[in-house]
Design a binder for this molecule. Structure first.
Ligand SMILES: [Zn+2]
Length: 261
């Protein structure tokens, strides 16, 4: 068990912005290659939206948020956090109220979410949240937790290494449920959702978007409760809690934004 312990120590790192410690058993490049594969598979059967104006807004907001994030991380000497992420921003034909970001950086908005985020600031709330999942390595963390749960206690560290890489594809597909009845991405835990809300707010602030629009979006979402939404809402914290959580981080977001002026 000593090797497993060592492997766990090596894999320990902290989340950008929040500093929360977590354990990642997969390399970024491994996750990215699984992510790219799944994304290509997915897009081969998905129709891109014909709505040019909305698609352009998604693209513009995505570029502005990730551009500002890249500059900000570079100013902190942390640009390597984005080394294995290649951002892309697509709007697809689907009526569900949803959006997701693959761990490799591929952001997908569904047409069905657009009536709720019909301004660049509101798009930035959703987009900031989604790219925060990728930046924070939430997919890797979830896969690592699943891998550890299934193997801990019975094997040595070497087997952990072997097993995790053998099971990488299976765990990735289980975590992201590509092509399954659930949609493209299974819900994250509440902890990951709250963290994505917080980091998303900071990224919005850095890019100069109106962070006050975050609670506005969640209010709109709550008025839309009847829709089944896999990634974006189903395990998300209740809207009231989520708005409270966002309010808690507004000052910090303003501070971060002021830092870079
Ligand atoms: Zn989320």
């Amino acid at each position: 068990m000593r090797t497993l312990f060592a492997a766990a120590l090596i894999a320990c790192s902290s989340v950008a912005f929040t500093g929360r410690n977590r354990m990642l058993l997969y390399s970024d490049s491994e996750i990215t290659s699984l992510s790219n594969e799944s994304y290509n598979e997915l897009m081969s059967t998905t129709k891109v939206s014909d709505n040019k104006a909305q698609a352009a807004m998604i693209q513009e907001v995505g570029e502005r948020l990730t551009g500002a994030l890249t500059k900000y991380l570079a100013s902190k000497g942390e640009q390597s956090l984005l080394d294995d992420i290649t951002w892309s921003f697509k709007l697809v034909q689907d009526d569900q109220v949803n959006a997701f970001c693959m761990p490799g950086g591929q952001v997908v908005f569904y047409e069905g979410i657009m009536p709720l985020c019909d301004t660049p600031d509101l798009v930035a709330v959703v987009m900031g949240h989604e790219i925060a999942h990728a930046l924070a390595r939430h997919g890797n963390e979830r896969m690592s937790q699943q891998a550890l749960t299934s193997i801990v206690g019975s094997v040595t560290g070497q087997v952990v290494e072997q097993k995790t890489s053998q099971n990488g594809r299976i765990l990735f597909e289980a975590a992201f449920a590509v092509g399954s009845e659930y949609g493209y991405l299974l819900p994250y835990s509440r902890k990951h959702e709250s963290e994505a809300d917080e980091i998303g707010l900071y990224i919005m602030a850095i890019a100069g978007y109106d962070i006050e629009q975050a609670p506005v979006l969640w209010k709109r979402m709550s008025e839309n409760e009847s829709q089944y939404v896999p990634e974006f809402m189903s395990t998300h914290p209740s809207h009231a809690n989520r708005i409270k959580n966002l309010q808690k981080h507004m000052d910090e977001a303003r501070k971060i934004a002021a830092e870079i002026q």
